[in-house]
Design a protein around this ligand. Structure first.
Ligand code: SF4
Length: 401
């Protein structure tokens, strides 16, 4: 049965005309977006987003069995991306660069596991050339021929083009030839020039990020898109960012999913400047950004919740706020844990299935291209954890006054 929307459930009167537009499938404009960001009627906002999502995706929620690989954390923009906790200078403590054999060794965890995707991102290394990445992709494909490869953000593509003195199109074509399936959506942050001047002064501009993704789409490489929220940006900045994504999608149709990413302030300069260390975004903000992404990006089919950043519990609630896609098994998450994320590094396949099913949704495993691989609704629940060692009784400690 198609979902219905009861406008009487919207407590904030400002949401009602927007609800009428959503019911009619009409596009929301900037003023609508500002009203959505201004509302405190979170449940009303969620009702709208859930309706929009269910109309498109029913009760299905996608997940993937993926493995993250980060070949290097050395990055030439270490000093100017003030929100980043992952990057290091070449000689800094904790800097690493993997040989291809080390990358292949880490990827061996996919053997015998249900992995269908490698998600590969890293720093902008001053010396690693395009050949390192094309060899890596070929080597991974040789060893794991059925695993899709989603690799390198637009920022990494532009960096490789610069050091090779070739076009971004040539870099993308070479990577596709070596086995690239799709591009991740990282590096977008917020496109506003003023915001970038504060948090990522020397990174690709918003227009340049869009250009790389347009080129990828023209070459038949689908991509994801993101927005990093919860730092210095305004609602206006967020909506302009979303409008640019929506415009490119109208032109190419190449975006697969939109992923709002929550800023984490630990171990980075921006967090200290803002006095926010240890204070991540609120659940209210996280759910708002998920829901508004679903409503504003009416032409992007999927919206993903990134459980390592916002916690599995909040990701589960996000499935009633417009999300139809959950970040996968991951295996080892480095980037956000460097910034203070306190979630687990990985989630098992049965745990993911249970997370979705317990939210009343139908878990469907997908590949990188969002093709359904299997309906996991009837999978067995995860095995109970091994019993812990019995705790020894200890005598109460009496403190002397
Ligand atoms: S955000 Fe990306 S480009 Fe910027 S310093 Fe971190 S790894 Fe480098």
């Amino acid at each position: 049965m198609p979902p219905t929307l009861d406008l009487a459930l919207l407590r904030d009167p400002a949401l009602r005309p927007i609800g009428e537009k959503v019911t009619l499938g009409q596009r929301l404009d900037h003023a609508d977006g500002l009203a959505l960001y201004a509302t405190n009627d979170l449940l009303g906002l969620g009702t709208l987003a859930d309706f929009a999502n269910r109309r498109q995706n029913g009760d299905r929620v996608f997940f993937s069995a993926n493995q993250h690989l980060n070949p290097t954390n050395v990055c030439v923009l270490r000093a100017t991306c003030t929100f980043c906790s992952f990057a290091r200078t070449p000689k800094e403590e904790g800097a690493y660069t993997r040989s291809l054999d080390e990358v292949y060794a880490e990827a061996e965890q996919a053997r015998g596991a249900p992995t269908t995707e490698f998600h590969i991102v890293g720093g902008l290394h001053p010396k690693l050339r395009l050949e390192y990445y094309t060899d890596m992709l070929r080597g991974l494909k040789e060893r794991h021929p059925t695993v899709h490869i989603k690799a390198l953000t637009a920022v990494e593509i532009a960096h490789l083009a610069r050091i090779e003195k070739i076009s971004e199109r040539e870099v993308l074509a070479a990577l596709k030839d070596a086995g690239l399936t799709s591009l991740p959506g990282g590096g977008a942050e917020v496109f506003s020039t003023a915001v970038r001047a504060t948090i990522a002064e020397r990174k690709l501009t918003g227009e340049e990020w869009i250009r790389v993704h347009r080129t990828a789409h023209q070459l038949g490489i689908p991509t994801n898109c993101t927005m990093l929220y919860g730092h210095v940006e305004t609602a206006d900045d967020r909506l302009q960012h979303l409008a640019m994504l929506r415009e490119l999608q109208d032109e190419t149709g190449g975006f697969l999913t939109y992923i709002p990413l929550a800023y984490h302030p630990d171990h980075n300069e921006l967090g200290e400047e803002l006095g926010r260390v240890g204070t991540a975004t609120s659940g209210f903000e996280d759910l708002k950004n998920i829901a508004i992404g679903r409503l504003f990006l009416d032409n992007i089919p999927h919206v993903k919740t990134h459980w390592p950043m916002v916690t599995p519990a909040l990701s589960q609630i996000a499935l009633s706020f417009g999300c139809d896609d959950v970040e996968g098994t991951v295996v080892f998450e480095r980037v956000y844990h460097e910034a203070g994320a306190s979630t687990d590094m990985a989630m098992s396949y049965p745990q993911l299935v249970t997370l979705i099913r317990d939210a009343g949704r139908r878990p469907v495993e997908r590949n990188s291209l969002y093709e359904a691989l299997r309906d996991a609704s009837d999978d067995a629940p995860p095995a109970p954890p091994a019993p812990a060692e019995p705790r020894k009784r200890s005598l109460p400690v009496v403190h002397a006054a």
